[in-house]
Every structure is written in structure tokens, then in C-alpha cells.
Design a protein around this ligand. Structure first.
Ligand SMILES: *[C@@H]1O[C@H](CO)[C@@H](O)[C@H](O)[C@H]1NC(C)=O
Length: 146
């Protein structure tokens, strides 16, 4: 019982500590170059085919180049172009743009995923890194049924 009370009393202080640590880490993030900055858009054509186009732009604030694999994922099965995987060299001065065309008549959650991978022959002189902070990034959008 005593121990429980002690823990209970200690908790506001612990909470404050956690809060301070979080504020601290947020501050640290501001000065840290961002590994991956993603812009993901879905649009449906107005014509009778109503094909969906997914546009993904990626850039980095890292000085080093990275080999990236970009692909889409969904909670529903989608055919053909949707499943294409791009592999590219991403450098600070060379943002990349990927797009996919596909068809689906259902509502879907669609994720654009970027993995940073170790693959030879993509970046010039294989001069590329894999950050240890994180190497998978994604953003999710909802697609409404046609
Ligand atoms: C898609 O979602 C909307 C809104 O949630 C819903 O009204 C509609 O019935 C859904 N369509 C299909 C094909 O699931």
C-alpha cells in the first residue's frame, strides 16, 4: 500500500520529466536534417475511365544520397500499375517524383511507402547511405469510391 502511494505521489514529477524530455527531443528534431519529406496526392480523372493517379514527391535534407524504393500499399486489392515499385537515387539537390496510374471502384486507404535500401548500381559510384535513425517512411490517403 505504501509503495503504491509513493508511486502515485511521484507521478506528477515523472509526468513533468517526460514532458520536458519530449520538449527537448522536439527541439532537437528542429535542428536535425529531415531524412524524408514526402508529398503524396491522389486524383481521379473526370472522364468515363475514372483512372486514379497517385503522385509522390520525395526530397531529403541529408547531405548524403540514399537508394530509395517507392511503392504503394492498400487495404483493398488493386491490379496492375498500382503494384509497380520504383528504385531511385535520392540526393539533397535531386528530389524525385513518382507516379502510378490504376483503377479501383472501392473506397481504399492508400499508403505511399519509401524504404531506404542497400542496393548497388543505383547511385553514382554507389555513393549512398542508410540512416540508422529510420529507414521506412509512409503517408496514407483515403480514396473515395467513384
Ligand atoms: C465509400 O464511402 C462512403 C462514405 O463513407 C460511403 O457512403 C459509400 O457507400 C462507400 N462506397 C463503397 C463502394 O464502399
Amino acid at each position: 500500500m505504501r509503495l503504491f502511494q509513493l508511486l502515485f505521489r511521484a507521478s506528477p514529477a515523472a509526468l513533468l520529466l517526460v514532458l520536458c524530455l519530449q520538449l527537448g527531443s522536439n527541439k532537437a528534431q528542429e535542428n536535425t536534417p529531415r531524412i524524408m519529406i514526402m508529398d503524396f496526392q491522389l486524383s481521379r480523372a473526370e472522364d468515363e475511365k475514372q483512372e486514379v493517379t497517385a503522385d509522390l514527391s520525395v526530397k531529403t535534407e541529408l547531405k548524403e544520397c540514399m537508394v530509395v524504393k517507392a511503392y504503394l500499399n492498400s487495404n483493398v486489392h488493386i491490379e496492375s500499375g498500382f503494384n509497380f515499385k520504383y528504385t531511385a537515387c535520392l540526393c539533397e539537390e535531386n528530389p524525385r517524383h513518382f507516379f502510378w496510374d490504376f483503377k479501383t471502384s472501392s473506397n481504399a486507404s492508400i499508403a505511399a511507402v519509401v524504404d531506404i535500401v542497400r542496393e548497388l548500381g543505383i547511385c553514382p559510384d554507389n555513393d549512398a547511405v542508410i540512416p540508422i535513425r529510420a529507414n521506412r517512411f509512409y503517408t496514407v490517403k483515403t480514396l473515395r469510391a467513384a
